[in-house]
Design a protein around this ligand. Structure first.
Ligand code: BG6
Length: 488
């Protein structure tokens, strides 16, 4: 119902996430006229602050306001309001409710409420009380809607995550809960469904008969950057693998959905996750970065040199894991997930290696085909194929059918992941959000391994800041099949 007023409430408005991501995203959506016209914004946090000063002074550096956008920017700022209150007192939430009604009436005297979206940009420690009090005090009057956006971590293992899910499900319906996994807002991740199900050529070869292995890689060229205290509680598996990489895997591996309806797609994602057995210790290689004495600045700092990381921590900052999918389509095809901090480059990509050419007449000189979907940086889809080496010869040469976005779609506006996802919440589309059962399956796959690592205090292998990866990870991949890794 886009005719009513909408209020977007940022819970934790004074925090880092709000400052660096949420407010800038709201501004970009407003700037591009993508939000319903009748929308206002309300920040909520414990500290007293002047929201106009906060947006124009503290947030502005993240907002990329162009000189000719000043007027529009001020217009957006003027639609922002703020209320200070606690995270655990009913009275504060009653005040929040009154404030929403009061502002709605200010904008539209005829109305008695607005559609309400609450973004929880908060530490997990206050999740339970905030959601409880929101549900008791701040739900919109029907027919207006209430939607709640939650950020990870969604628990730390199966048990804690299921407790959180049970808690939320008592307060809100599944249709009201939007669990953000920002990888689902990335262009190339969203493209997976189109590539797979809008191309007959891919449909036929997307299985164990043609595919040798699939690898999904996430690399970052920096360490914990002062976030060591947070990171150490979670580690790389919980930070990016159990969520971002597994979400990508489910989109790559799921069966064809009945339609592009969000529930149909999420049903298929859950189904494929259910076909994945728990990961065992022998299926992983774990690493932790150490400083590079010849590096510059931060590169000299190992994980354990971060003062916020507890001494002697065994938390992994790198993990390579082999997942198996026990179903008709994928039986025997290794899915290799790799993720690491403080490596040699920033890269997220999906690499599908095909089987060798059958009945090869070129004396084994044909490289295997590969389809690469580069999520970032520099979005691209490219297919490695063999072609005749140009000139007077008859030899195959490996080359690429290359769809690099910056060449093909130069100038096309590519919204940030958060922009797409927040817009989806306004529109009520849950396609790119994680459903409770998906989350439970994701934890089921990783929980036994995580518990074993913690109980037995298993030591990760040290690697130097800036490494390509771990040779032990390459060896693990080589063991599971004909995996050829690229030089990087
Ligand atoms: C977050 C992780 O979810 O994703 C971070 O907590 C990581 O550790 C980040 O750096 C990566 O996101 P992006 O969009 O920069 O690839």
């Amino acid at each position: 119902d886009l005719k009513s007023y909408h209020v977007f409430v940022v819970m934790g408005a004074s925090g880092d996430l709000a400052k660096k991501k949420i407010y800038p995203t709201l501004w970009w959506l407003y700037r591009d006229n993508l939000l319903p016209k009748k929308t206002f914004f309300l920040g909520y946090a414990r500290s007293k602050l002047d929201i106009k000063d906060f947006l124009t002074q503290k947030c502005r550096q993240y907002m990329k306001v162009k000189p000719d956008e000043e007027e529009k920017f001020n217009e957006w700022v003027s639609k922002n309001h703020y209320l200070a209150g606690s995270y655990d007192q009913s009275e504060s939430f009653a005040q929040l409710n009154s404030k929403i009604v009061e502002i709605s009436r200010f904008y539209e005297p005829e109305t008695d409420d607005a559609n309400r979206i609450f973004y929880l940009a908060l530490p997990p420690s206050v999740y339970t009380s905030v959601t409880q009090l929101l549900s008791e005090n701040c739900k919109a009057k029907k027919p207006h809607f209430t939607r709640v956006i939650v950020e990870k971590p969604f628990g730390k293992d199966s048990k804690s995550s299921s407790e959180l899910s049970t808690h939320l499900s008592k307060l809100f319906t599944e249709e009201q809960i939007y669990r953000i996994d920002h990888y689902l807002g990335k262009e190339m991740v969203q493209n997976l469904i189109v590539l797979r199900f809008a191309n007959q050529i891919f449909k036929r070869i997307w299985n164990r008969d043609s595919i040798e292995n699939v690898s999904i890689t996430f690399k970052e060229p920096f360490g914990t950057q002062g976030r060591g205290g947070y990171f150490d509680e979670f580690g790389i598996i919980r930070d990016v693998m159990q969520n971002h990489l597994l979400q990508i895997l489910s989109l790559v591996a799921m069966e064809s959905p009945i339609s592009k309806n969000a529930e149909e797609i999420r049903n298929e994602k859950v189904k494929v996750l259910r076909s994945i057995p728990e990961i065992k210790l022998e299926d992983v290689v774990l690493g932790q970065y150490v400083g590079n004495p010849n590096g510059q600045g931060d590169e000299k700092m190992g994980y354990l040199d971060d003062p916020t990381v507890p001494a002697g921590s065994n938390t992994p900052t790198f993990c390579c894991a082999i997942l198996k999918i026990k179903n008709e389509r994928w039986d025997g095809v290794p899915f290799i997930l790799k993720s690491g901090k403080a490596l040699n480059e920033r890269k997220a990509e999906i690499r599908i290696q095909f089987k060798e050419v059958s009945g090869d007449i070129f004396d084994n000189s044909c490289a295997r085909n590969e389809l690469v979907i580069r999520v970032q940086p520099d979005e691209a889809v490219y297919m490695k194929i063999s072609t005749k080496k140009p000139g007077i010869n008859f030899n195959p040469l490996e080359t690429e059918l290359d769809l690099t976005y910056k060449h093909r779609y130069d100038g096309e506006y590519m919204p940030d992941a958060y922009e797409r996802l927040i817009l989806d919440v306004f529109l009520g589309s849950q396609l790119n959000f994680v459903r409770t059962d998906e989350l439970a399956e994701a934890w089921r796959i990783f929980t036994p391994l995580l518990h074993k690592l913690e109980k037995e205090n298993i030591k990760p292998i040290p690697y130097v800041y800036g490494s390509r990866g771990l040779p032990e990870a390459d060896e693990l991949c080589a063991k599971v099949g004909k995996y050829t890794y690229n030089k990087n």
